[in-house]
Design a protein. Structure first.
Length: 182
């Protein structure tokens, strides 16, 4: 099983493992409809939703199913968002979310860069991909800035329960290891 780093450090951020004590910070952004609009999970309505999420993160990390880091902005230790990735054989995918107060400062792109750098250094991973809703322009821009290429639009692919109960068109972006480099 792949062991993910507990901490990833960038110029301005520290990505670290989530703790149960992050519940209030997770609830702050998880209960903001502007933040959760395009997410695949329902807007949090009680702190228990954040606690359940954190418990699931611990379990997924320990079994290697998914690695989810808190995004913290130095020098504070507050979780202002999360970034997570899953690795399945030669492919990895990732997703992210940020507290509304921290948008527009390049933090998501910085966090993605850090996780992608780790993934790109895993020799068995030769494709990294991510999706976003067709209307989620900020997220699509983060993926472009992070060096992923737009691959395709999949019609009616993913339900975004805070927007609609019918599946919505989804953009797929990816990075592939160039053949012959290894
Ligand atoms: C998507 C999200 C993580 C971006 O975080 P961020 O730290 O603000 O992102 P960055 O600052 O690194 O980059 C955002 C880019 O999108 C651009 N952008 C923002 N809103 C935009 C819009 N409505 N239309 C077009 N571009 C937009 C910004 O100008 C910036 O690009 P630039 O650097 O070329 O100017 C944040 O908005 C968020 O948490 N949204 C809710 C959760 C979510 O949608 N997660 C992704 C699920 S796939």
């Amino acid at each position: 099983m792949i062991q993910a780093p507990r901490t990833l450090i960038t110029n301005r951020l520290i990505l670290r493992r989530l703790l149960l004590s992050d519940a209030e910070a997770v609830f702050e952004y998880g209960s903001n409809p502007e933040v959760t609009r395009y997410m695949v999970w329902r807007n949090h309505t009680a702190i228990q939703d954040a606690v359940a999420f954190l418990e699931q993160c611990t379990c997924s990390w320990n079994t290697g199913k998914e690695f989810c880091w808190a995004i913290t902005v130095k020098p504070e230790d507050q979780a202002v968002g999360t970034i997570s990735c899953r690795i399945e054989q030669s492919e990895a995918d990732f997703g992210y979310v940020l507290n509304r107060k921290y948008w527009g400062q390049g933090y998501a792109t910085e966090a993605v860069h850090s996780v992608m750098s780790w993934l790109m250094n895993l020799p068995d991973v030769d494709r990294i991909w991510a999706t976003c809703d067709i209307d989620n322009r900020a997220s699509a821009r983060v993926l472009e800035k992070s060096g992923l290429q737009y691959e395709k639009t999949v019609p009616r692919a993913i339900i975004r329960p805070n927007l609609a109960l019918t599946p919505r068109d989804t953009l797929v972006f990816s990075w592939e290891r160039a053949e012959g480099l290894w």
